[in-house]
Design a protein around this ligand. Structure first.
Ligand SMILES: *Cc1c(COP(=O)(O)O)cnc(C)c1O
Length: 426
């Protein structure tokens, strides 16, 4: 390991370039350590992490409680497969059920697997409960969605780069405009064979598009009226990121699901991933009530690692932290401060057109064409100035720091961002 310890950034990048598939285009920064809101590169330079592994590290890097729980469980029992019971899974499932307010949970590992799981549950429910003729079920999705990378999921993406030459595509999906309730009503009432509506409560990958305030509530009402499952993909927006436990909680900042809040929109199927483990381990989950979840019988779905004892131990602690450290409230307050400060700056800026977002899931839109290098160059400069962020879709830069950030740190970061942007003003 001593050779690795002395490795320079250039050497590490050269290794990935030569021996790794080129399925990502990273910023040229090689990280070797993380703690809270900070990461360090192999040369020892310290950065604020303003991506949080696409909102997986909401609880901060290497949170001692998560690391502790993971180590303890790793030394005791790591994997039994679901061929046998283990003493952690049931405890975890009850914890999840109480925390989010659903009868049951189906544990998986990655976000894409959880989305696949939801789609399978939805189709099976459609045939066995709703009575749609076999193989005729249709699921409505939104334009510019991001739900992961499997063959089925990219089948209903409209990102050409993510889709092209991966066909033939999975059938059974209808794409409509996002945040367009009339389009949903039209699609949902056009056919008797609509099984579900799969939606991101805020479109993260697309560039942090926050829908109109009543969009989710109206969408849910339409689903209910037409016996269609409302499936919320909260892989990115969930676990306090947007200033509430879930984005479907609306303006409620309590740390656990609260049915009494008028703003809460109860999904029929809830999809979680990313920060469910605080970024320590791949943990994802699908939650639903019995009338839906019970369509899945032994042998019909599964995963060797899904629901393993380490995942269970890690996820429970990761969710404890969300409550104990008031991460939803913090995300809400700091997110407001972040947008206020950037909005003040934008008034006099020629390089930034707007800032948008909710809680600590935000983005700025750079005043340049989508195929320009400007956003990338700004991110390179931000890195130089000690803050890591990444463009999403050309001219948009997403800002999503760990939710354990303090106000002092956030203002420090706003300073770095504004000073960097000033270098690009014409
Ligand atoms: C990241 C993401 C996924 C996919 O999660 P993976 O763990 O990368 O498979 C699915 N849906 C949304 C909204 C995401 O942000």
């Amino acid at each position: 390991m001593s050779v690795l310890e002395k490795m320079s950034s250039a050497e590490a990048i050269a290794l990935e370039d030569k021996f790794g598939a080129h399925n990502y285009h990273p910023l040229p920064v090689v990280l070797s350590k993380g703690n809270g809101v900070f990461v360090w590169d192999v040369e020892g330079k310290k950065y604020y992490d303003f991506l949080s592994a696409y909102s997986a590290v909401n609880q901060g890097h290497c949170h001692p409680k998560i690391v502790g729980a993971m180590m303890e469980q790793a030394q005791t029992l790591t994997l039994t497969s679901r061929a046998f019971y283990n003493d952690k899974l049931g405890v975890y499932e009850k914890y999840m059920s109480d925390y989010f307010g659903f009868d049951k949970v189906l544990p998986m590992n990655t976000g894409a697997e959880a989305v696949e799981t939801a789609l399978k549950i939805c189709r099976k429910w459609a045939y066995e409960k709703k009575g749609i003729p076999e193989n005729d079920a249709q699921i409505i999705v939104c334009e510019n969605n991001f739900h992961g990378r499997t063959t089925t999921i990219i089948s209903f993406s409209n990102d050409e780069n993510a889709r092209k030459n991966f066909g033939p595509y999975t059938a059974g999906f209808i794409k409509i405009a996002y945040d367009d309730i009339d389009a949903l009503e039209k699609a949902i009432t056009a056919s008797k064979n609509i099984a579900g509506f799969l939606v991101e409560p805020i479109q993260g990958e697309a560039g942090v598009y926050v829908p109109s305030t009543d969009y989710l509530a109206k969408a849910k009402a339409l689903c209910e009226a037409n016996n269609v499952l409302f499936m919320a993909d909260e892989v990115q927006t969930g676990i306090a990121r947007t200033g509430s436990l879930l984005a479907v909680c609306g303006n409620c900042t309590c740390e656990a699901k609260c049915e009494k809040q008028a703003s809460y929109v109860q999904p029929d199927v809830l999809i979680l991933g990313k920060a469910l483990s605080g970024g320590a381990y791949p943990v994802s989950a699908v939650l639903a009530n019995d009338s839906i979840m019970n369509v899945i019988k032994p042998g019909q779905h599964g995963s060797t690692f899904g629901g393993n004892p380490v995942a269970a131990a890690v996820a429970m602690v990761a969710l404890d932290i969300v409550s104990e450290e008031n991460l939803a409230q913090n995300a809400k307050a700091l997110g407001q401060l972040f947008r206020d400060k950037l909005n003040e700056y934008i008034v006099t800026s020629s390089i930034v057109k707007l800032v948008r977002g909710k809680g600590l899931l935000n983005a700025i839109v750079i005043n340049d064409t989508e195929d320009s290098e400007t956003a990338w160059n700004i991110c390179m400069k931000l890195a130089e100035n000690g803050l890591l962020a990444k463009p999403t879709h050309g001219n948009i830069i997403r800002f999503a720091p760990p939710l354990v950030m303090t106000e002092y740190q956030l203002l420090d970061c706003v300073g770095i961002i504004i000073n960097t942007l000033k270098e690009f003003e014409k």
